[in-house]
Design a protein around this ligand. Sequence first.
Ligand code: ASP
Length: 587
Amino acid sequence: MYRTKTCGELRIENKGEKVTLAGWVQKARKLGGMTFIDLRDRYGITQLVVEADAPASLVETATSLGREFVIQAKGEVVERQSKNAKMPTGDIEIRLSEIIILNKAAIPPFTIEDETDGGEDIRAKYRYLDLRRNPLRKALELRHRIAHEVRNYLDSKGFLEIETPYLIKSTPEGARDFVVPSRMNPGQFYALPQSPQTFKQLLMVAGYDRYFQIVRCFRDEDLRADRQPEFTQIDCEMSFVEQEDVLDMFEGMMRTLFKNVLDVEIANPIPRMSWYDAMDRYGSDKPDIRFGMTIHEITGLVQGHGFGVFDSVPYVGAIAVEGMAGASRKETDALTEWVKRPQVGAKGLVYIKVNEDGSFKSSVDKFYTPEDLKAIAGAVEAKAGDLILVLCGEKRRTQTQLGVLRLEMAGRKGLRDPKVFAPLWIVDFPLLEWDDETQRFYAMHHPFTAPKPEHEAWFYSDKKEDLERVCANAYDFVLNGNELGGGSIRIHNADMQKRMFEVLGIGPEEAEYKFGFIINAFRYGAPPHGGLAFGFDRTVALFGGSETIRDYIAFPKNNQGRDVMIDSPSQIDQTQLDELQISLALK
Ligand code: ASP
């Protein structure tokens, strides 16, 4: 037996026991004639001691230990002279009678402590060492715990966990596919699933009316901050359901996760907001509702006062930032520069200070009387001491910019506390999104999302305005400004699915070639169905109080989509290319 106990479990009650521990040397130090060794494993750290009068060979072995050596240590549990209340094992130490070095270790390239001196790149290269650190261990434990709770909950509701293939044909989730050449079918390629969307719908056709899977998905996107080319979803689908049934079921799941994992009671019921309200009031389809500072349209109040900038745009909107009326000229100038950054993209910023004495000071005093400014302050719900920030331009773009500004100001004011959880459902999404550049509609969610029954007439209309009005029973689960999940009620009728492809500009042949299997399946008795998927990595990260998903994935990729530890992607052998009958002609 390599060990009788772990490094995290011995307490004062074990005093006098003879034990064998195994683990990694966190550190070894000499003090007087004694050697103290901190021995670490996944479960904790236990202090080992080799007394000054121990046999010479034992003292010698203890002295020779380096950081991260793997050892087996035998001895007796004794009460410590100087106890360490911060460590669960801090009341005891092991007086050693034997040390066996199981493996030596090279000096690690960074210190394996909670606070490490290792930069991100070096830690990524030696991920297996980084994973020895407590913060990462806790992250993976949390991940496991949540997965376990998800399985328990869904199992208790009759869901079956069913695996779907990874080598498939394109799934339209709006990203590029990763493709895999087929040796047995030269010149042909599999696509890795962007999600199991089509398969879970086929499972509904097959009668498995409650499906879930904690599943890897692959999307070849340009990696924006904190996206991974492969990521994990909690993917779910149900038959004979309406939107309400799906929301109920997964509201229950989220409530259970928060309760069982974090002992947090989230809002009951979880609030709902239409997509249109979210855009108008928060400038985002994933609003952070931990704080107010909502957006107000003031177009009508500010136009017609001779201020050309406002008069020439379709939309003017504002937010009131609490208690910031005292901002200096320098600060408002800096804010103006901030909103002009490409990430925000505003042309400029107008501010109105609502002074404590009720007077106003604004960057557009020339055009507005104090009464005008008062009316604006009223519309924006600004109080004395607030700073009103105004942006203008095209409606949705300006709202989005105000949304970004709102988050920034909230961040600066410390209103985005990761310990506060404010979930909400966004509902009533538009079904389609018009893209000016390509002059065509895109599915806002994906092409299998059904129009709301009451909007079906518009869905079959040829007029762009009609199609733009069609809403879907689509829904997103949002937490603290992050989209954690989303789904929809699906099309389950072959003709409607064909119409959808037509609306999206996918011709009959292309539709048949890419999605013939699902249109065909719908001819054989498809039940009404719907579902959703949660981003598992992000859910775990937010539960852990972080927005960095990489810390919650055992072996993540970096921002260039590389695994720097195994050095992938990489070239393959000529023989492999030959077998695939592929010759490279890189452009
Ligand atoms: N397949 C969708 C996604 O990956 C989720 C769903 O509609 O169930 O976003």
